[in-house]
Design a binder for this molecule. Sequence first.
Ligand code: ADP
Length: 451
Amino acid sequence: MKRWSIKFKIIFLYTLFFALLITLEFYLLRTSANQILNSQAEQDIVNSANAVANSIQIEDDGVYIETLDEEEHFNYYHDGVIYMFYEGNQVVFGQAPSNFDETTAIHLNTVKTQDLNGMSWLVYDLSVEKGYTMRAIYDLTPISSSTQQVFLITEILSPILVLISAVGVYIIIRRSFKPIRDIYQTASEIKEKEDYSKRIKTSNSKDEVHRLAEMVNLMLDHVEQSMNREKQFSSNVSHELRTPLTVMQAQAEYLLEQTKDETKKTEIKTIIHQIAFMENIVTQLLEITRTRQISKEEMDIIDLHELIKLTGESLTPKLEEKNISFTINAPIFSTKIYCNQTMMIRAFTNLITNAIKYNKENGTIMIRFKKENNQLITMISDTGVGIAKDKLEQIFNPFYRVDESRNQNNESIGLGLSLVREVILLHNGEIQVESIEGVGTTFFIHLPLNK
Ligand code: ADP
């Protein structure tokens, strides 16, 4: 039960409770209705039998009953009750109805029931004149069959009622849980797209769930504000570092020109190299900041297939360096998307550069396209070193590098994929990665197709 959703738990427990309640009600109704009807019938048979006993006379040729002004032959049937007269255990007058066992032992002054062949009888024996015993028999079958019919209808109706109430509860719960579904939906959209500007839709209702939704929205306001502060900080730092780095670079190059001492020259070259590395970091950080500020006016309809083809061509020297083959599977559908061309070129340049950088000599890079629900999925596969499963989540984090030791030339900063993800998210897309160590890596880039 721990794995069930709250919605399902409530519906299940409520339905179970309701079903138990209906069963209990049904049981109580059945027993009390039987008791009430039987005791009424018992009362009737006793009254009727006593009345008959007081107005009959038993002669040798039969039984006579006194009516208002005369005495007439008793026909052994009065007020719905059948009468028989016993002398000892022998029936002397009257006749047992079919399906009634006349040999049933006599118990004076007590009402008994006899069930035989689907028939139900009430039996009441009492002693009358001349040592005879009068037996009154009342047919309970019509009463019990009509109560049985009522019970049958109730039996059929009960599960239908339980079902209707379960459906009713489901509808009510579904409505009440809608804000919770919205909270979940918004939270997963924020997680997927990292868009902290999203908010849960709230109504004027003031119930607990809506108050919770409002509270989550307030928390998102705070998160968004602190994210913006953090982004602004890294943008400001990058801006501030740019000028001193350019000055340092110029000064170091001047020093290099002026110095004749070879040891000093080597040291200055190291400084220049490190400054270039820092400049590279600052440039990439500024690019990420710039991505976040792209406006609608800077977007256009671009054919992604063409864009990737040109990007690949621009990287030919790097591909040739490692003798890597670069193939694009031409798509049979339109690959036009609405995007910022410069950013998209940067993103795919980074992805293809990585596919070269982490590929082996004579390896391959394959680009494929797929269309799914108005989404264009671009797959970039390489035959490189691959990435361990536990590292896959982290490669999009800024400054993360799987293997720091490979970074001897200060080429890897760990910002490339951060920029790629920023660009893809900005275009309402998504990026995923699959990799097998030693076999290769595939990046899946989902982007909305231009309608
Ligand atoms: P870097 O500047 O280090 O390439 P990225 O952000 O582009 O930074 O990539 C982060 C890390 O992810 C890289 O250091 C590398 O270890 C790993 N990586 C990226 N792309 C690939 C790939 N195609 N094959 C294997 N590893 C990759």
